[in-house]
Design a protein around this ligand. Structure first.
Ligand SMILES: Nc1ncnc2c1ncn2[C@@H]1O[C@H](COP(=O)(O)OP(=O)(O)OP(=O)(O)O)[C@@H](O)[C@H]1O
Length: 547
């Protein structure tokens, strides 16, 4: 997922070389003075020392800034990539993925926010290590090989243990996904939980509590292992020190006079080695996060994401006719689901019609609405807009419609291209929807306050009508309205919108008002079982509900 910019990485590695050389220069001078060795640049050693410090400081500043820029670019570009693929995903895919997975992935991305510091520490530590090892070789090849062997052993041990910890970290992240699901229940079902002690107890104790306890135990286990590894490597280095101080000179692999620079170098190596080993915990988590993000993006890519997202200003055409030919849709079966099949649906809708969609619970009205609005891609059949088949360009088709769903959402901000302030149409619609006494003024904040359910649906209607799309789709819009406003909606508002040329398709159970429709279409078991032209014969609403 995190597409690395190799040029940038190479550039960072290149800067880290002189950077580490300067650091090494500082060490070299200190080492020479401490050991009393005569070195070739002894003349102006003091000046050289301060020049190197100044150069090292400047280069380090540049290096760190580059790393910060590089990693934050990486994070935010990839974050945008995730939301870009989310934008391109279909409703069906979103329902399949589940919101908790998306929260988890966003959390995975945030892990990379720690990367600048860690990456800079890793590169510096690696370079210092390489330089020290090279210096070791200059001092004594045999002794250097012993040191490398010991470091190699530590690295192998790390790789071996890390492999096992990788699986644990992976399951930790999956448990976090499950956690988000329960948190969602705890927040969205807050009222229900407050009303029911058993439910609340079970959710908090057996699901949320258990999840957190399991995560705590797993985290503690992982933390303990990394701690043991770090201690092991720290003491391993002390052990190496003992070998250099006592064993290598005894077996004549190291001369006594070489011991001090070796020890000084080893002391210098302890820093980078501990840094590298200590960072393993982070890198394992980062690799797991990276893998999860890669899988997520891959899944998104494998799903049909071929929708073309049009610029918002693409001109819409008049909708003189919508035609559905043999439209079918079925939900994929998951464990415990019995699959529902919609269709085949054949339907012609002409401009200006007011169509009521009726049917019992689970008869497929909302599924049909999702196909009609282009949110679900039908599994079979064809849709025509003005005799033009709608192909893959679902977005263009969708732009001709505005819909208010049963679970309508009022946005917290204005994402439209118009402003509400001083907007005459908005002021008029507030009056039409009888909200002019509720919404104090035309400021954005006033339109985005907390409304009652019925008021929120009326506000949604205002925003829908501001869009001015030719087709208006409503899913049980009037269900939350009081009797007065419901009557006003069916008797005044709908005829007025019809007069303006709007095509209205509304799911409703309000049989007292069926007479205000041009057509009433009844669904049963996913099929159209009645399609009545209201003006042609009197409606017998009682018989309409019969199976
Ligand atoms: N995302 C989904 N995955 C699987 N099955 C689903 C999904 N959404 C709906 N269904 C099933 O499809 C069938 C039709 O549901 P739909 O929501 O279209 O009915 P409806 O006529 O709108 O019902 P209601 O009047 O209760 O709103 C139901 O059996 C439902 O369980």
């Amino acid at each position: 997922m995190f597409k690395p910019d190799w040029k940038q990485i190479l550039f960072l590695c290149l800067i880290s070389i002189p950077n580490s050389l300067f650091t090494f220069g500082i060490l070299f001078i200190i080492n020479s003075i401490v050991t009393g060795k005569n070195i070739f640049i002894s003349a102006d050693l003091d000046k050289l020392f301060f020049v190197i410090i100044a150069l090292s400081f400047g280069l380090n500043l540049f290096f760190q800034r580059k790393i910060v820029g590089f990693t934050f670019n990486l994070i935010y570009e990839n974050e945008i990539r995730i939301f870009q693929s989310l934008r391109q995903t279909s409703l069906k895919q979103l329902e399949t993925i589940g919101p908790e997975r998306i929260y988890g992935i966003v959390e995975d991305v945030r892990l990379f926010a720690y990367m600048p510091g860690f990456l800079s520490a890793t590169l510096s530590a690696l370079m210092s290590l390489i330089i020290c090892l090279t210096y070791y070789f200059i001092l004594s090849v045999k002794a250097a090989l012993v040191v490398i062997l010991l470091i190699g052993f530590l690295v192998l041990l790390y790789v071996f243990i890390n492999k096992r910890l990788f699986q644990r970290v992976l399951s930790l992240r999956s448990m976090n996904d499950a956690y988000f699901k329960v948190v969602d229940d705890a927040i969205k079902g807050f009222k229900e939980l407050k009303m029911n002690t058993i439910k609340s107890h079970n959710l908090f104790e057996h699901f949320l509590g258990r999840n957190r306890r399991e995560v705590r135990d797993l985290e503690t286990g992982i933390g303990n292992r990394y701690l043991a590894l770090n201690l092991f490597s720290q003491y391993g280095l002390y052990l190496m020190m003992g070998i250099i101080l006592f064993i290598l000179p005894a077996v004549h692999l190291l001369q006594q006079k070489e011991v001090i620079p070796f020890v000084v170098l080893l002391l210098f190596i302890i820093g980078p080695v501990s840094t590298l080993l200590g960072l393993q915990n982070y890198y394992t988590r980062a690799f797991v996060a990276n893998g999860r993000i890669a899988t997520f993006l891959e899944e998104m890519k494998n799903l049909p994401l071929n929708e073309i997202v049009h610029e918002p200003l693409t001109a819409l055409s008049e909708v003189s006719a919508l035609r559905f030919e043999n439209i079918t849709y079925h939900y994929e079966s998951r464990i415990g689901d019995s699959t529902f099949h919609l269709g085949p649906v054949d339907l012609n809708i002409t401009k200006g019609e007011t169509i009521f969609i009726i049917g019992g619970n689970g008869s497929g009205k909302s599924t049909f609405i999702n196909c009609l609005t282009g949110l679900y891609k039908p599994t079979g059949g064809r849709i025509f807009l003005n005799d033009q088949e709608v192909g893959n360009d679902d977005q263009y088709y969708r732009n001709h419609m505005t819909a208010i769903f049963t679970d309508n959402h009022l946005f917290s901000r204005n994402y439209d291209n118009y402003s509400l302030e001083g907007n005459k149409k908005y002021e008029r619609l507030l009056k039409v929807m009888k909200l002019d006494n509720v919404v104090a003024d035309d400021r954005e904040e006033s339109a985005r306050r907390k409304f009652s359910k019925g008021q929120s649906k009326r506000m949604a209607m205002i925003f829908a009508l501001m869009e001015d799309a030719p087709v208006l789709v409503l899913d049980e819009w009037a269900a939350d309205q009081d009797p007065y406003f419901r009557k006003y909606f069916y008797e005044k508002l709908l005829p007025e919108l019809k007069k303006q040329g709007k095509t209205i398709i509304a799911v409703t159970h309000d049989d007292a008002y069926f007479k205000y429709a041009d057509r009433v279409i009844k669904f049963d078991y996913g099929k159209i079982v009645r399609d009545i032209q209201v003006n042609e014969k009197p409606l017998e609403t009682e018989t309409l509900w019969e199976l």
